[in-house]
Write a protein that binds this ligand. Structure first.
Ligand code: M6R
Length: 614
C-alpha cells in the first residue's frame, strides 16, 4: 500500500517522479504528492487528494524545477484521504519533507513526546509524527539528517519505507526500510528510488534491494551507501532487472485487467517453460528437486496466503492431497499469524503471494521460520520480500500484474502448484507413471485451451449486459471448482461492487438456498468431472426455485445446457486442472460487468494491489 518514488541526478526530477507515481498508482490512489528542492535550495511540497492526474493539474501553475525530489501515492491508513493527510509531510520547521509506506505502530507514544516539547500537528497521520520526530532528534542530538533518521528509527515500532529530503541540501536523499519494500536504481550519475522496480526500469536495470533496518544514503555524484540502524556499513548488492518496459504498458487494451486476462495463454507457457521437458513427459521444479528429502519426509504441508492467492492455495490443497497423499492445511495468513498455530520442524509451509509483499503473509512466513519449518515461496515479483524470506521456492513468471484484480497471477499460481504436486508425487511414488505423463500432457494443453475460451470474449460481453444491474450474485462449484467459484465471486465484488458469494454447490441447501428467487443470478461451474451428476442435482435445486443460472460447462454438454438459462463452454480438461480454464470466463464476466457499470476496473475503490499493512 502506498507507492514511493525518488530521484536525484542531472534530469529534471518532476517528470521522472510523476511517471513513477503513475506506475505505482496500483499501490494506492487516495492522494498524491511531491517534494522538490529547487535551484535556490528551497523545499517545495505539493499534494492533493485523489489521483496522480489531480496532482499534475494542481502543480501546473507552480515551480517544479529541481533535480532532486521525492513523491508519493497514498492508500489511507491513519486519517481520511484528504489534502492535509496526503504525503509528503513537512516537519515543524518545514525544513524536512518525508514520504512513507507502512504503519508506525507506536506513533501515539512518539507524538506525546513531541507534544510535550511544543510540537504541533497539521494532519492525523503517523507519518507526520515520524518526520517531526526525526527533526526533534536532529535538533536535540545536533546531528546530520542521516544520523537523525538512524537514531529516530531505533525508537520506531512498525513498518516503513521512507524517503526524506532537506531544505538547503539538494544533493541528498535519505531512505530507509523495515517490512515495506524499497529499491534503489543506479544509473549513470543518477539514482532512482521506488517501492518496486516499475518506475526504474525505463532508466536503468541495475538495482539494489534495501533490506530491513537499512538506511540508503543517496548522494549526488557519490556511490550509494547502505548503513544499518546500528551503524554498520554494508556493501550494496547490485541486481540486474529482468523486466521489460513493454510489460508495464497496456499494449492497446483499454485496461490492464483485460490485457492480463488475455495474456494468460502466454503466461502459462512462460510459467511451465524449462520446467516441463520438451517431450512433455517430465516435470522438474528445482526448488523441490534441491530439497527432495524434505518433501519425501514431510508429514504435513501448510499453505498460507491472502485473497486470490488463498483461493489458489485451496486448489493446491486438492492437488497435493490427491496426488501426493500428504495432509494439507490452508490458512488465511492474517489468522494464522495471530492464533498460536501448531507448526512442527517437519512441516513444510508454502507461502503464496503475487506481490511477495503482503504483510500478513510475510508475518506468517516469519512465524513459521521461528518454529523451524521449511518454507517454500510461490511469488511473482522477483526479489520481493516473501521471495527472499523463504528457504526456496518457485516464481510463477507471469510478468508484472498491474490491474488490482488478480487474474494471470491466479492461473500462474495454480500452474506452479500443479507442477509442485506432480513433482512431489513422482518422488513419493504416489502416482502411476502413465497417469503422471497423462497429467503433464493435460497441463501442457492449458495455454491452447485458454485461447479457445478467450475466443468467446464477445459472447461473454453480451451476456454481461443482462446482469449489469444485478445486486447480488452466487457462484457455485464443487471439488476443484469450488475455489474457482470463490475466485469468480471475489473478481466480481472487487471490481463491480456487486455483492457476490462463492459457495460449495451442495452447501446451498443448508441455508443459502433461501436467497434464491428470480432476482438472484447463480453462476454454476458444472464442467465434466467425477461429481458432475451431483452438481447437476444442485443446479436443478436452484432452477426449482426459479434462480437464473449461468453455467460454465464442458464443450458439447447437453444436460446442463437444457437446465441453465445461459451457458459458456470451456474445453474438456482433467478435473485436477479444471480451474485453469474455468477461471477465464469468470474473469471476463466480472470485467465486462464492471466496465458496463463504468467502474474503474484497474483501480477499484478502497483497494490497493500490494497490501503491505496488516
Ligand atoms: O500479492 P498477494 O498475492 O499476496 O495479494 C493477496 C491479495 O491481496 C490479492 O490476491 C487480492 O485479493 C486481489 N486484489 C484479488 O484480486
Amino acid at each position: 500500500m502506498c507507492g514511493i518514488v525518488g530521484y536525484i541526478g542531472k534530469r529534471d526530477a518532476y517528470p521522472v517522479l510523476i511517471k513513477g507515481l503513475h506506475r505505482l498508482e496500483y499501490r494506492g490512489y487516495d492522494s498524491a504528492g511531491v517534494a522538490l528542492i529547487s535551484e535556490d535550495k528551497e523545499l517545495h511540497v505539493y499534494k492533493t487528494k485523489g489521483k496522480v492526474a489531480n496532482l499534475e493539474q494542481m502543480v501546473s501553475q507552480h515551480d517544479v524545477s529541481g533535480t532532486v525530489g521525492i513523491a508519493h501515492t497514498r492508500w489511507a491508513t491513519h486519517g481520511e484521504p484528504n489534502d492535509v493527510n496526503a504525503h509528503p509531510h513537512y516537519s515543524q520547521s518545514e525544513s524536512l519533507a518525508l514520504i512513507h509506506n507502512g504503519i508506525i505502530e507506536n506513533y501515539m507514544l512518539l507524538k506525546q513526546v513531541l507534544l510535550d516539547n511544543g510540537y504541533t500537528f497539521r494532519s492525523c497521520t503517523d507519518t507526520e509524527v515520524l518526520v517531526q520526530f526525526i527533526e526533534y532528534v536532529k535538533k536535540t542530538n545536533k546531528v546530520d539528517l542521516r544520523h537523525a533518521v538512524q537514531i529516530a528509527l531505533r525508537e520506531v515500532i512498525g513498518a516503513y519505507a521512507i524517503a526524506v529530503v532537506e531544505r538547503g541540501n539538494p544533493d541528498q536523499i535519505i531512505a530507509a526500510r523495515k517490512s515495506s519494500p524499497l529499491v534503489v536504481g543506479i544509473g549513470k550519475d543518477e539514482f532512482f528510488l521506488a517501492s518496486d522496480a516499475t518506475p526504474i526500469i525505463e532508466y536503468t536495470d541495475q538495482v539494489v534491494y534495501i533490506k530491513d533496518e537499512e538506511i540508503a544514503v543517496i548522494r549526488r555524484d557519490e556511490p550509494l551507501r547502505i548503513i544499518n540502524l546500528h551503524d554498520i556499513e554494508k556493501t550494496p548488492e547490485i541486481h540486474t532487472l529482468e523486466m521489460s518496459l513493454s510489460q508495464l504498458e497496456k499494449g492497446g487494451y483499454p485496461h490492464f485487467m483485460l490485457k492480463e486476462i488475455n495474456e494468460q495463454p502466454q503466461t502459462i507457457v512462460d510459467c511451465i517453460r524449462g520446467r516441463i521437458n520438451v517431450e512433455g513427459t517430465d516435470v522438474i521444479l528445482s526448488g523441490v528437486l534441491d530439497n527432495r528429502e524434505r518433501f519425501l519426509n514431510a508429514q504435513r504441508i501448510i499453505i498460507v496466503a491472502c485473497g486470490t492467492s488463498w483461493h489458489a492455495a485451496l486448489i493446491g490443497e486438492h492437488l497435493i492431497e490427491d496426488l501426493c497423499r500428504i495432509p494439507v492445511e490452508v490458512e488465511y495468513a492474517s489468522e494464522f499469524r495471530y492464533r498460536n498455530p501448531v507448526i512442527r520442524p517437519d512441516d513444510i509451509v508454502i507461502a503464496i503471494s503475487q506481490s511477495g509483499e503482503t504483510a500478513d503473509t510475510l508475518a506468517a512466513v516469519e512465524l513459521a521460520r521461528e518454529h523451524g519449518a521449511f518454507i517454500y515461496g510461490i511469488c511473482n515479483v522477483i526479489g520481493s520480500s516473501i521471495a527472499r524470506a523463504t528457504d526456496t521456492g518457485s516464481y510463477i513468471h507471469v510478468g508484472p500484474e498491474i490491474g488490482v484484480a488478480s487474474t494471470k497471477a491466479f492461473t500462474g499460481q495454480v500452474t506452479v502448484l500443479s507442477m509442485l504436486a506432480l513433482t512431489i508425487a513422482k518422488y513419493r511414488q504416489t502416482i502411476a507413471p502413465e497417469y503422471y505423463r497423462e497429467l503433464i500432457g493435460e497441463l501442457s494443453s492449458v495455454p491452447e485451451k485458454m485461447r479457445r475460451v478467450l475466443e468467446q470474449d464477445a459472447q461473454i460481453r453480451d451476456l454481461s449486459k443482462i446482469f449489469t444491474y444485478a445486486h447480488n450474485f452466487i457462484y457455485l462449484g464443487r471439488g476443484y471448482n469450488y475455489p474457482a467459484a470463490l475466485e469468480g465471486a471475489l473478481k466480481l465484488k472487487e471490481i463491480s461492487y456487486i455483492h457476490a458469494e462463492g459457495y460449495p454447490a451442495a452447501e446451498m441447501k443448508h441455508g443459502p438456498i433461501a436467497l434464491i428467487d428470480t432476482e438472484m443470478p447463480v453462476v454454476a461451474i458444472a464442467t465434466t468431472d467425477s461429481i458432475y451428476e451431483k452438481t447437476i442435482s444442485n443446479i436443478q435445486e436452484i432452477k426449482a426455485r426459479k434462480g437464473r443460472v449461468i453455467a460454465i460447462v464442458t464443450e458439447g454438454d447437453t444436460i446442463v445446457r437444457n437446465l441453465a438459462d445461459y451457458c459458456i463452454e470451456v474445453p474438456r480438461m482433467v478435473e485436477n486442472f479444471a480451474p485453469l480454464v474455468s477461471a477465464i470466463p469468470l474473469q471476463l464476466l466480472a470485467y465486462y460487468i464492471a466496465v458496463n457499470k463504468g467502474a474503474n476496473v484497474d483501480q477499484p475503490r478502497n483497494l490497493a494491489k500490494s497490501v503491505t499493512v496488516e
